[in-house]
Design a protein around this ligand. Structure first.
Ligand SMILES: NC(=O)c1ccc[n+]([C@@H]2O[C@H](COP(=O)([O-])OP(=O)(O)OC[C@H]3O[C@@H](n4cnc5c(N)ncnc54)[C@H](OP(=O)(O)O)[C@@H]3O)[C@@H](O)[C@H]2O)c1
Length: 354
């Protein structure tokens, strides 16, 4: 065990990013899990200090030595950085939990969502455990609960994804664009007028302020995006349903934090609205917020900063007794990234702590 406290030593790679900031917040609320906590990011951030558990902790550049004596390493860095550094951390003895896309679909790397498949964390042939993408994490806990009762056959998904899903640059770009369009009532009625005033597009392929952008992630084969193929590949792997049919359209919306998913789920068995609501209400990690009479449903602005997946608008399909339609919302930086990493790492840390 790396720490004098007898508690595991933790290294956090990507501590300065959008996900990293939430990781540090979550770690500050869990003081008895780790002993020493080390923070790393790029060379640009070396020498900065960040607040963790009430103390200022220095940030170092990512080097192999960061992982010497570390029992657990959380990675919240770009894909290529994780692909390079996670094996180095694993070779130095750290159990790696990576939130990037680098390892998610590798057969020798478990893809873990603690509410759905916690047992998968035990078998780590490469020393790495991956977490799914924020789109998958925004729906998988709720859909996994319904699958256990009705046995899932098909998903048709439309996502409404927040700017922070594209990291710090996504957040900065949306705030800057909102400032430029703010209050201008002349905008929004002519093709291209918003593009003309927002300036930098940042990580987005079109203006995001006063707009929706049907593209998240990178280019994948056949006109799909990586988030869309990721939803299919990751859901199949986590639920162990290799033949699951999944069709997704991922859309970026001008929301800072909080992904939403409109899901049409087809099951092997006949569904019931009240029963499905009960299943969701009783599932750990899910909160049901669903009252059509009082127009209660989850929205990103109501759920940002919270841990669970929020479920509402639960309906039985009028044309298929085996299908449900529902609307799910969750904080993409918390359960959609940092919280899932923290929960997964805690499963590993618990096995290390005497
Ligand atoms: N944002 C989400 O909703 C979300 C959800 C699920 C998964 N993820 C995944 O989580 C990872 C981090 O995402 P993010 O949104 O936090 O991105 P971000 O805000 O851009 O942060 C990236 C982090 O990686 C560090 N980094 C970049 N290049 C590096 C290098 N060459 N060496 C060492 N560190 C480097 C950055 O350090 P500096 O500050 O020093 O540049 C920063 O700490 C990505 O793989 C992303 O796909 C994100």
């Amino acid at each position: 065990m790396g720490s004098a406290s007898g508690l595991p030593t933790l290294a956090v790679a990507g501590a300065t990013g959008a996900v990293g900031a939430v990781l540090l917040d979550l770690l500050s609320t869990r003081r008895d899990v780790y002993g020493e906590i080390r923070l790393a990011a790029s060379e640009r951030s070396a020498g900065r200090t960040l607040q963790v558990r009430g103390e200022r902790v220095p940030v170092s550049a990512l080097t192999p030595e960061v992982f010497d004596g570390a029992d657990v390493a959380m990675f919240a860095v770009p894909d290529a950085v994780a692909a390079h550094w996670a094996p180095i951390a694993a070779a130095r003895g750290a159990a790696v939990v990576d939130g990037s896309r680098a390892f998610r679909t590798r057969p020798d790397v478990p893809l873990v969502v603690p509410e759905v498949n916690p047992e998968r964390v035990r078998d780590r042939p490469r020393g790495v455990v991956a977490g799914p993408g924020c789109a998958t994490l925004s729906m998988i806990v709720a859909i996994g609960a319904l699958h256990r009762r009705y046995r899932l056959k098909e998903l048709v998904i439309a996502s409404y994804q927040a700017a922070s899903g594209a990291g710090r640059s996504g957040i900065d770009t949306l705030y800057a664009q909102l400032e430029k369009v703010g209050g201008d009532r002349a905008l929004g009625n002519r093709a291209g007028d918003i593009r003309g005033v927002v300036g930098e597009l940042g990580p987005f392929p079109a203006p995001l302020a006063m707009n929706v952008v049907p593209w998240t992630g990178t280019h994948a084969d056949g006109g799909w995006t990586s988030d869309e193929t990721g939803l299919r590949d990751e859901t199949r792997k986590i639920l162990e349903l290799p033949g699951l049919k999944v069709a997704a359209t991922c859309v970026r919306v001008p929301v800072i934090t909080g992904h939403s998913m409109a899901v049409h789920a087809v099951f092997e068995e006949r569904t019931g609205r009240r029963e499905a609501q009960d299943i969701l209400a009783r599932s750990p990690g899910v909160v049901l917020c669903d009252n059509p009479e009082t127009r209660e449903f989850p929205t990103p602005s109501d759920v940002a900063g919270t841990d669970p997946t929020w479920a509402g608008r639960v309906r039985c399909s009028p044309d298929d007794p085996n299908a449900l339609d529902l609307f799910l919302c969750g904080d993409n930086l918390r359960k959609g990234a940092a919280l899932n990493t923290v929960q997964t790492a805690e499963l590993i840390a618990a096995a290390l702590t005497p």
